[in-house]
Design a protein around this ligand. Structure first.
Ligand code: GCU
Length: 593
């Protein structure tokens, strides 16, 4: 409780994202939520466009017959949370604006434990209320956030209301235009997490690269939610017969390195995605996780996984369900999409262009699939805008905070296809430098673009090369340019760093057949892949590729009737998972890698 002017006032606050929420004590608030579509934000602003205290967040009911309340959540329709509104209510297929969500839930206070209201993601701008009181505000559609709402709750029946607005804007991240469907809603899990007054807020456990004799070293860094010294945290890894107690410093932090026998440790790799159960115990309460240990680094133009060169046989994918689209948010959908990638021969996926849900990342880790994870600094971001920078930086912080213990994530990407300028370089340079302060164990990259081409010589010249560990770029020879010229192409990439072709490809409608120079036929795409892969074989320093894209996906930018119908058709499989001819070309190429 907060005392303002002598009055006790219930308050809530956004607290740092808790690591490993999936294994914490919690109650799921997923399910059917009532919703109200509020095109003109009647529930938030008065007719003078001032925020109103009589807003929909009050969940008000008429008390007397003459009372005027012009909304009623309990009479309103429901939709599934987590989920997007575009594929659950056909009136909202193209809708971009505000929708209010409401549900009731029971709560039993437990001694002095705190209650954190956790959202896996809400697209894009949301205001959260509990029992009519503001819990907080969040911007960004693809990263988790949580509020301490303990003081807003009471015993028994409570309600939560969320105002969600997915309108696009120039200063947002992503900005106004992007080539994927702007699915709106509470798109990932909602949990009420129960924590002790002092809890383990975040931690990371990483394998040190260096081997000393028979020993290897693990680095534990851990942060409590409070600056409490002398708190004991016991780490145990049963499979390694390891149990050790560490003590927090004055800031409630542990930063410690300890050794294990090298012979004992099985390293995580695509061939052997070994995960160890890890228990962290504070005050008798244990938080368990499944963590793999591996090292990732570069050496000249090679990417080394566990000290050995690895070729990244990848594919890009969006976080979208097959058969009609909609946000995918479950282990089941993750396994389906990742199995399609594995069948293609992949050991790597580029999760485009935003952090995907945790189920996707963890399932990939279990399946032995390496991951490129990215924040949506996509195309023409408002580089001069400080608020835009802080937004991007927050998304980067939250992406790393959620997934820093996932062994399969090897690359953090900070951007995609961004136009060159001093402002852009300054913005992205700061982001790349900042990313290393959040995690110095993984590789940093971004999807660049080819900057110059003449006489079939393609040059990459990007100031950002000095900030990244891996030089990645998108190229669309054979589709957006130089059809059938791939065999003539040569590449000049003047950096002694590994190269990843982070996108190439072309569209085809499954089942449409014709001459190989006929756009949209499977034969055109098949030929494009053949020519591009032969071209890639000649690129010096090629350490991997992630063709665009695994599955046809929804995009408002793709309006060609009878062919696209609001789908980007560059998938190697259709939205139903049907393999196009090009699928076999890439599959065979990966078999040879
Ligand atoms: C771009 C972009 C993708 C887009 C693709 C395309 O390179 O990064 O998001 O979908 O090209 O044009 O199909």
């Amino acid at each position: 409780m907060l005392v303002i002017a002598g009055a006790m006032v219930a308050w809530a606050q956004q607290v740092p994202q808790v690591t490993n929420v999936m294994n914490r004590e919690s109650v799921s608030l997923n399910g059917d939520w009532h919703y109200l579509v509020d095109v003109q934000e009647e529930g938030y602003y008065d007719y003078r466009m001032n925020p109103t205290r009589w807003g929909f967040f009050n969940n008000a009911k008429p008390q007397r017959p003459e009372d005027l309340i012009e909304y009623d959540f309990d009479a309103a329709p429901t939709m599934k949370v987590p989920g997007d509104w575009n594929t659950q209510d056909e009136r909202l297929f193209f809708y971009e604006g505000t929708v209010w969500f409401q549900r009731y839930f029971d709560y039993q206070p437990q001694n002095d434990r705190r209650a954190l209201l956790y959202f896996g993601a809400v697209n894009y701008d949301c205001h959260v209320y509990v029992n009519g009181r503001k819990a907080g505000h969040h911007v960004g559609g693809f990263t988790p956030f949580n509020f301490d709402v303990t003081d807003l709750l009471h015993e028994g029946k409570n309600f939560v209301i969320v105002k969600v607005d997915n309108k696009r804007s120039a200063s947002a991240v992503p900005t106004q235009i992007f080539d994927w469907w702007n699915y709106g809603g509470i798109t990932r899990d909602v949990l009420l997490v129960s924590v002790a007054p002092t809890y383990i807020e975040s931690y990371s456990l990483q394998l040190e690269k260096a081997v000393k004799g028979k020993k290897r070293f693990l680095n534990l860094s851990l942060q409590l939610n409070r600056k409490e010294a002398g708190r004991e945290v016991t780490l145990s890894i049963p499979d390694l017969k390891l149990k050790q107690t560490f003590v927090t410093d004055a800031n409630g932090i542990i930063n410690s390195q300890f050794s294990i026998l090298n012979s004992q440790l099985k390293l995580w790799s695509p061939e052997n995605p070994k995960l160890y159960r890890v228990d962290l115990t504070l005050n008798g309460e244990t938080l368990s996780d499944e963590i793999g240990f591996r090292t990732i680094e570069t050496r000249g133009k090679q990417i080394l996984l566990n000290g050995a060169p690895v070729f990244l046989k990848g594919i890009c994918l969006h976080e979208e369900k097959p058969n009609g689209g909609g946000r995918a948010n479950s282990t089941g959908y993750a396994r389906m999409l990742l199995t399609w990638a594995k069948e293609l021969g992949c050991n790597f996926v580029r999760l485009a262009h935003y952090p995907h849900n945790e189920y996707m990342v963890r399932e990939a880790e279990r399946m032995g699939i390496l991951v490129w994870s990215e924040i949506p600094c996509y195309w023409t971001i408002d580089w001069k805008n400080e608020a835009t920078f802080l937004n991007a930086q927050q998304q980067l912080t939250d992406m790393i905070a959620r997934d820093k213990n996932r062994a399969n994530i090897i690359i953090w990407s900070i951007a995609n296809e961004t136009p060159h300028s001093q402002e852009r370089d300054a913005f992205l340079g700061k982001l790349a430098t900042y990313a290393r302060t959040q995690d110095n164990t993984r590789l940093i990259s971004m999807a660049m673009e080819v900057t110059g081409q003449s006489n079939y010589v393609n040059r990459l010249n990007d100031n950002m090369n000095k900030y990244v560990d891996v030089v990645s770029f998108n190229q669309y020879v054979g589709w957006y340019r130089d059809v059938n010229d791939a065999p003539k192409m040569r590449w000049e990439i003047p950096y002694d760093k590994p190269v990843i072709i982070s996108e190439f490809g072309g569209g085809a409608k499954y089942g449409l057949h014709g001459a190989k120079n006929q756009r949209w036929t499977e034969e055109f795409q098949e030929n494009l892949y053949r020519e591009n892969l032969a071209m890639l074989d000649k690129i010096d320093g090629l350490a991997g590729t992630t063709p665009w894209i695994l599955k046809d996906f929804r995009s408002p930018r793709r309006v060609l009737t009878g062919i696209q119908d609001y789908y980007n058709m560059k998938g190697l499989v259709s939205d139903k998972g049907e393999r196009k001819k090009a699928w076999y070309v890439l599959h065979d190429w990966y078999k040879g890698k």
